[in-house]
Ligand binder design. Structure first.
Ligand code: PLP
Length: 418
């Protein structure tokens, strides 16, 4: 049963990437006649067999709607869903499972905060502080709120290396600042932002902080109490779990004070035509039938991660990133965009005279999957004076041989454009 998956002992360092790869069936697939080299993990990660099996088990043996059923399957599904919430709580080291709200993904988590907390707290002349390296999903909801409320965005600048200017950040904090919302790890640059320090500075000015953790959770242990943030958002599909499920962590006192985001079933205590009273958190924010299988699949992904020695994984990914950076820097005409001291998982680059989309297409012919474009970070592309970049993004199952395949395929790009 999903509620009681035993978690085996942690694998031992050195990090055994070949053993891990065997858990991901898609990595055995051929693409255009070649073994897939999947370097588009920032867009979405592949799924281990344990996650695939858990989804099949839900729909094959355990499917029922949750929370209001008195029959066996409904109670089973409810227990598995609420167990998944506790698994997320442990993953993030959140103090209480009621602080974990299931949503569709990072985008919906941020929209929830913008609609609920934002509409309650932000008025004319108020300010929301973001950074220049935010994903569109951490820009547009705030822009929409600002338009509605007559508030404005203030933007932390990014240096040429792709690091946040914390002095400028401090100067942006003022009596009108209602929220700071920043990305933990940039999907376009790979920069790991000093979120703990950002929270310290913001809290010093009495301002709450939302951290967009979409690119962090698959690469490092995340402890919301150590970070000290007020909200933390991530997507299941970027941490080896299913699509359509994600998480908003929010401090309980904040969530309790916030109005609901959507109305419907499950978020109410009682309804009459005169008046509705709302359910307790987190259910107040989970209107309608949630992605039950998605939450249970996410729990399977979390259990999978718990079997891994995260320190060994971090060291391995760090070495892989260094190896890839060095190897790519040796490719003629290649420039890496984003050279922060603290990086994780991502290398963005441009090649002289070659459009990133052409790079992506030629690499695809070699079975190498990367992403090209603005990566939903148009203001950041503007900051670096490029319309787009090519981006290789790594996960725990990538190998040095795959980096070599990437470099080899880039040589083909040169041959085509010579
Ligand atoms: N924030 C960052 C940093 C991202 O990389 C992404 C997705 O690429 C998102 C937010 C949005 O995530 P989702 O599309 O899963 O809601």
């Amino acid at each position: 049963m999903n509620g009681a998956v035993p978690v085996p002992a942690v694998w031992r360092a050195p990090f055994d990437v070949e053993r891990l790869r065997a858990d991901f069936p898609i990595l055995r697939e051929l693409v255009r006649g070649r073994r897939l080299v999947y370097l588009d993990n920032a867009a979405t990660t592949q799924k281990p067999q344990a996650v695939i099996d858990s989804l099949a088990r839900v729909y094959g043996q355990e499917n029922a709607n949750i929370h209001r059923g008195v029959h066996f399957l409904s109670e089973l599904a409810t227990a598995a869903f609420e167990d998944a919430r506790r698994a997320v709580q442990r993953l993030l080291n959140a103090p209480d499972p009621r602080e974990i709200v299931f949503v569709r993904g990072t985008t919906e988590a941020i929209n929830l905060v913008a609609h609920s907390f934002g509409r309650q707290q932000v008025g004319a002349g108020d300010e929301i502080v973001l950074s220049e390296m935010e994903h569109h999903s951490n820009i547009v909801p705030w822009q929409m709120l600002c338009e509605e409320r007559g508030a404005r965005l203030r933007v932390i600048p990014v240096s040429d290396r792709g690091e946040l200017d914390l002095d400028a950040f401090e100067r942006l904090l003022g009596p009108r600042t209602k929220l700071v919302s920043v990305v933990h790890v940039s999907n376009a640059l790979g920069t790991v932002n000093p979120v703990r320090r950002i929270v310290e500075l913001a809290h010093g000015a009495g301002v709450p902080v939302l951290v967009d953790g979409a690119q962090a959770v698959a690469h490092m242990p995340v402890d919301v109490q150590a970070i000290g943030c007020d909200f933390y958002a991530f997507s299941g599909h970027k941490v080896f779990g299913p699509t359509g499920i994600g998480v908003l962590y929010g401090r309980q006192a904040l969530l309790e004070a916030m109005p609901p985001y959507q109305g419907g079933g499950d978020m109410i205590r009682s309804v009459t035509f005169e008046r509705t009273t709302y359910n307790d958190v987190p259910h107040k924010f989970e209107a309608g039938t949630p992605n039950i299988a998605g939450a249970i699949g996410l729990r399977a992904a979390i259990d999978y991660l718990r079997r891994i020695d995260l320190a060994a994984m971090g060291a391995y990914e760090h070495d892989l990133l260094e190896y890839a950076t060095e190897a790519l820097t040796c490719v003629k005409g290649l420039r890496v965009v984003g050279t922060a001291a603290e990086k994780s998982g991502v290398i963005s680059f441009v090649l002289d005279e070659v459009h990133p989309h052409d790079i992506g297409t030629i690499l695809d012919q070699e079975g190498v999957a990367i992403r090209t474009g603005h990566h939903c970070c148009q203001p950041l592309m503007h900051r670096f004076g490029v319309p787009a970049t090519a981006r290789a993004s790594f996960a725990l199952y990538n190998t040095y041989a795959e980096v070599d395949a990437l470099v080899g395929a880039l040589r083909k790009v040169h041959e085509v454009f010579a």
